[in-house]
Design a protein around this ligand. Structure first.
Ligand SMILES: O=C(O)CCC(=O)C(=O)O
Length: 197
């Protein structure tokens, strides 16, 4: 398993025990770069609005999404730079970038764990944050249901080990306070697993 290296910009270890590790590395890219990447992704990505079944109704997924491969030199240059930045924190052979676009405080992602059938066993997930800060809530599945709250500041990379997906759910709740737009780029190692979750 890849263990995160110490990173000069400041690394907070939020969890490191038998249930896995979660590390938040700040200032992985400079603020000016984070702002530039945010604007380019917002303007250039063909964002998709998805629908999902909720009880007996179809509803909009409350954020926009896109997905790219990043294991080929043909991948968008910005995402190749972004995956290189994430790999300074944890050197996993990332091949997939899942992008989420939260337009305002009403957009969210419900508590979930990543679908492990679509991630190579043992490989960590790395989340690069761009745009406005949103709070992630990470909650243990078992009592006493420990809760971690992480302010996902632009330019940071949050690394969650594979094992944490068995023991914790994570989500970005809607919030009452106004929020500007945010983009997250979730790097995963899909390997030979089915590509799209
Ligand atoms: O936006 C984030 O930082 C979290 C995204 C997420 O949980 C996911 O893509 O599965």
């Amino acid at each position: 398993m890849n263990q995160p290296s110490l990173f000069a910009g400041g690394t907070e270890v939020l969890l490191d025990d038998a249930s896995g590790y979660i590390v938040h590395a700040l200032d992985v890219i400079p603020a000016t770069t984070a702002a530039e990447w945010f604007a380019r992704l917002r303007d250039d990505v063909p964002w998709q609005s998805d629908r999902r079944l909720m009880y007996d109704r179809e509803v909009d997924v409350p954020r926009l999404r896109a997905e790219y491969r990043v294991d080929s030199p043909d991948a968008p240059d910005l995402l190749l730079q972004a995956v290189a930045a994430a790999r300074t924190v944890v050197d996993a052979p990332y091949d997939s970038a899942g992008l989420n676009y939260y337009r305002d405080e009403k957009d969210s992602v419900a508590p979930h764990n990543d679908k492990l059938q679509f991630i190579r066993e043992g490989e960590p997930i790395a989340l690069l944050s761009l745009g406005d800060t949103r709070r992630m809530v990470i909650r243990a599945k078992q009592p006493p249901r420990r809760v971690l709250k992480v302010d996902m500041v632009p330019g940071s990379v949050l690394v969650m080990s594979y094992a944490t997906q068995l023991h914790y759910n994570h989500g970005i709740p809607k919030q009452a306070a106004p929020a500007g737009p945010r983009i997250s780029v979730a790097f995963r190692v899909r390997g030979e697993t089915a590509y799209r979750s």
